[in-house]
Design a protein around this ligand. Structure first.
Ligand SMILES: Nc1ncnc2c1ncn2[C@@H]1O[C@H](COP(=O)(O)OP(=O)(O)OP(=O)(O)O)[C@@H](O)[C@H]1O
Length: 277
């Protein structure tokens, strides 16, 4: 289901995808469309193939059958140069390996720009500082090594690097994992404001219900090797499926739902305050 009828062609279009590792079938006839400007969250039980699905969208796995198109181009038909060009339009924030431990914060953020081999160093210098400012990282952290940073700052620096080439599409794998609740809330607020300001399309995998409810415009549920349900949070909560019931409506889910209610009430209040044109 499309989020709305006027959204244009899908940014990501996955059709009848099969992913196999040897005899193990991870995805079978999986369909998924992601539209410009949405924050699409992928949820599913452990081992259902969420990370592998992200890797398919990034061209890091090969479909056994079916197709994965990003910005209209079939990833599996792209050669190395095309793939690199496509990758310049998206950013990735992965749980592990987000920063090079041997590089300073500055050099980590500069690295994707330097790889382009097209930008002079003074332009890169300014751009890195802009990105650091964008994610709320003070310039005094520029020369630190990743090991000198707190968990929250590592996430911010990783996000700055993911945004280095001004991507239109951002992939987030468990963006708030390992952060305490306050840092997690602050990071969610940062993603929300960047999403709004930069008009990004975001594809996210998360187990964290607070993050999920705060950010998602739609949720795709992975089970039985394909997407069994997709839609806005409220619609997904109404789906009668054992995984959905257990995942969303357990004790954790009830607490997160209260937060969702608060978000929606707040949204309604703000909407009511907006002057009519
Ligand atoms: N390179 C690989 N070789 C063989 N099997 C793999 C490979 N990568 C992933 N798998 C298998 O594919 C399945 C899906 O893995 P994936 O990491 O996508 O799950 P997930 O839904 O992200 O799980 P989790 O929530 O636990 O992180 C798992 O059974 C995993 O063991």
């Amino acid at each position: 289901m499309k989020p709305d009828e006027d959204v244009g062609p899908p940014v990501v279009q996955i059709e009848r995808l099969w992913t196999k590792f040897g005899r193990t079938v991870v995805h079978q006839d999986l369909n998924l469309e992601i539209y410009a400007g949405e924050i699409l969250s992928i949820v599913g039980g452990s081992g259902t193939g969420k990370t592998v699905l992200l890797r398919q969208m990034l061209g890091l796995e090969t479909p056994a059958r079916g197709s994965v198109r990003v910005f209209g181009e079939d990833i599996s038909e792209a050669d190395a140069d095309q793939l690199q060009r496509m990758r310049n339009h998206w950013g990735m924030l992965f749980q592990q390996g987000a920063l090079y431990s041997a590089l300073t914060v500055f050099d980590n953020i500069a690295q994707p720009m330097r790889e382009l081999r097209a930008l002079p160093e003074d332009v890169i210098y300014d751009a890195v500082l802009v990105k650091m400012n964008m994610v709320g990282l003070g310039v005094e952290h520029a020369n630190k090594m990743p090991s000198d940073l707190s968990g929250g700052m590592v996430k911010r620096a990783s996000l700055a690097r993911a945004l280095a080439l001004e991507p239109r599409l951002l992939f987030l794998d468990e963006p708030t994992a390992g952060l305490d609740p306050d840092l997690s809330d602050a990071f969610v607020a940062l993603i929300q404001s960047l999403h709004r300001e930069l008009g990004l399309t975001v594809v996210m995998v998360t187990h964290d219900l607070d993050t999920l409810f705060a950010l998602s415009t739609r949720i795709a549920v992975l089970a039985e090797k394909h997407v069994i349900a997709i839609g806005p949070t409220r619609d997904i909560l109404a789906v009668d499926h054992p995984f959905i019931k257990q995942f969303f409506l357990g004790a954790r889910g009830k607490r997160a739902l209260e937060v969702l209610d608060e978000h929606e009430e707040q949204g309604d209040r703000e909407h009511a305050k907006e002057p009519e044109n």
